[in-house]
Design a protein around this ligand. Structure first.
Ligand code: ATP
Ligand code: MG
Length: 587
């Protein structure tokens, strides 16, 4: 992307103050640097500088998609309701799906994703196994009426995504492309300069390792992840299989005892009242499964139930809302497994780590009472043992046993093996080698383009603005004359022209502003290399080159300055190239 721009005519309205609507660094800096503006909650305009950075991200993504043999197309935003009904997602997607009617009262959705549309597209056209595999992608605006649009571009209601879909005759063909896509996604993160982790994510009922999320590490991230201090295992806490430390029973088996525990509601209160460790108490939560079946989930007192895992064990289960306890005569504050089967016909499912426990301290299903020394098998029944708790830092890595560390992340992209989920429901078949009609085996792959811009900003923002990596910076260099004297401006113009001639994206700060204002804006917008032209320097024949990332400054003879900046930019651009070798085409 070549460019030689003048600040005097650039539409980049910078802000001196932090806008009150922005509570995280990326949002602040994108607004303050004049890169984006909000038009409604979760809906943004990309101003020229933001749009330039976004284009750079798109370019990297396109190069990587093309390299793995995916082909670009463009599908419509407007999607007929019928295809969403066919996949059963018109209802299942819920209020996040933006819906509208045309003048003939026909229903449409604004695409939040394109599985339905693309499956409908290809099903009449890819007829034979000989036509497969095919991988297609687009870069386009998406709509999701998020419950809580926030953090600027990170969670928008209108945002830009690259979405790819692949169609295969066999699972092994899908697996090959999925692996190539995963490698491409890792390269995209690297080329954007992101510090990231590739994490195992939850694949719902499908099971198996069929989805991976790419998480840019950031304190402000909405996702919680754990990663291993010893190997490269990393997972979303919702998906991580947990190795909860087992605590051998502190006491020998004893008869179950009913204890009066007046006013005790929390695990901490109970543990201190009974004078035992929190992990020696058992927390019970009530869920409701299909067909109105009550389920009691028991987890160690110091751990949290992971609803995703609960759903894996008892499909369709959800935790009861507070107001639902009364009608079912469930004592919310003192739930426990003893008598649960008899009184509520409840299923009791307990976390595997509790198997080691000889006796439990549990709620007595009666306000202000608990049982101690309750023993599974003797005093109550456990219908199933399962991995139920959310992983947390300090747990053992399920792969190697070393300590897990915790971090927060921004999900910038995700790859997913869909299998035949959509081709089955939408009856998208091809004729296989053996003359049998079969559903396509599908994969889908998404990169949040606008979210990636914010994720980079989040990692590179500092007090002065954003120290963009060259790959994403709106422009690569700036020439900043510090005064309006002819000898200064002429050198600046000369250098600006010279840099443009060397295909460096360069801006000239030709505004009639004080030096302080120019410096502040240069650091705020974050031009990676800033050539400062001052009166004294010009008299001595030198200019100063400031490296925005490191703060390093070097004095360079005027005659060498353009060459030096061009060399720095060329070196930084090398990181635009893939660092890991491209795989042989998988298609
Ligand atoms: P999240 O869990 O954050 O809501 P998701 O898993 O629903 O995201 P996908 O359906 O996997 O999102 O979409 C692919 C990519 O699109 C995500 O990895 C993310 O980068 C981006 N994305 C999703 N929702 C939004 C949004 N509301 N605003 C900006 N980008 C988004
Ligand atoms: Mg996702």
């Amino acid at each position: 992307m070549t460019a030689a721009l003048r600040m005097s005519s650039l539409y980049a309205p910078t802000l001196k103050e932090d806008p009150s609507e922005a509570d995280i660094a990326s949002h602040r800096v994108l607004l303050r640097a004049g890169m984006v503006r909000k038009s409604a909650a979760g809906v943004y305009t990309f101003l020229p500088l933001g749009w330039r950075s976004l284009h750079k991200i798109e370019r990297i993504v396109r190069e990587e998609m093309d390299a793995v043999g995916s082909q670009e197309l463009l599908m419509p935003v407007l999607q007929p309701a019928e295809i969403w009904r066919e996949s059963s997602r018109w209802d299942a997607y819920g209020p996040e799906l933006m819906r509208l009617k045309d003048r003939h009262e026909r229903e449409f959705a604004l695409g939040p994703t394109h599985e339905e549309l693309i499956t409908t597209l290809v099903k009449g056209e890819l007829r034979s196994y000989r036509d497969l595999p095919v991988s297609l992608y687009q870069i386009q605006v998406k709509f999701r009426d998020e419950v809580r649009p926030r953090f600027g571009l990170l969670r928008g209601r209108e945002f830009i995504m690259k979405d790819a879909y692949s169609f295969h005759a066999t699972q092994s063909s899908l697996q090959r492309h999925y692996d190539a896509m995963s490698a491409a996604y890792a390269r995209i993160c690297e080329r954007l300069g992101l510090t990231y982790r590739e994490v195992e994510a939850d694949s719902g009922q499908i099971g198996g390792k069929v989805t991976t999320e790419f998480m840019a590490l950031a304190e402000s991230g909405e996702a919680e992840i754990v990663y291993c201090s010893g190997c490269d295992y990393a997972a979303d806490v919702e998906a991580a299989s947990t190795v909860v430390p087992r605590h051998p029973a502190a006491s020998k088996p004893a008869p179950m005892e009913r204890v009066h525990t007046p006013g005790i509601r929390t695990i901490a209160e109970l543990a201190s009242f009974l004078d035992i460790a929190a992990h020696d108490t058992v927390k019970t939560m009530a869920g409701l499964a299909p067909e109105d079946r009550i389920v009691f989930f028991c987890v160690p007192g110091d751990r949290e139930l992971n609803p995703v895992k609960a759903d894996r064990v008892v499909p369709g289960v959800r935790l009861l809302e507070d107001e639902e306890f009364g009608a079912r005569k469930l004592p919310k504050g003192s739930l426990g497994p003893v008598g649960a089967g008899d009184r509520w016909n409840a299923l009791v499912v307990a976390d595997r780590s509790l198997e080691a426990e000889v006796s439990w301290g549990v709620g007595a299903n009666e306000d202000d009472y608990h049982f101690v020394h309750a023993m599974p098998g003797r005093d109550f029944n456990v219908d199933g043992w399962a991995d139920l708790v959310a992983a947390q830092a300090g747990d053992a890595c399920p792969a190697c046993g070393a300590d897990l560390l915790g971090a927060r992340g921004i999900e910038v992209s995700q790859v997913f093996q869909l299998g035949t989920k959509y081709s089955d429901s939408m009856r998208a078949y091809f004729m296989d080698e053996d003359n049998v009609e079969k559903p396509f085996v599908m994969g889908c792959y998404g990169v949040g383009i606008s979210r990636s811009l914010a994720a980079v900003a989040e990692q590179y923002a500092d007090d002065a603005g954003c120290a963009w990596p060259v790959a994403v910076a709106p422009l690569e260099a700036a020439v900043i004359p510090l005064s309006a004297e002819e000898q200064v401006t002429s050198v600046a113009e000369l250098l600006w022209n010279d840099l443009a001639g060397r295909a460096v994206e360069v801006v000239l700060d030709d505004r009639d502003e004080r030096a302080g204002v120019k410096f502040a804006d240069a650091d705020l917008i974050g031009w990676p290399y800033q050539v400062v032209v001052g009166k004294r320097g010009v008299a001595e024949g030198v200019v100063e080159i400031k490296h925005r990332r490191t703060g390093e400054r070097e004095n360079v003879p005027i005659a060498d300055a353009a060459e030096r900046v061009a060399a720095l930019v060329a070196e930084a651009r090398l990181s635009l190239r893939p660092r890991t070798p491209l795989p042989a085409s998988t298609l």
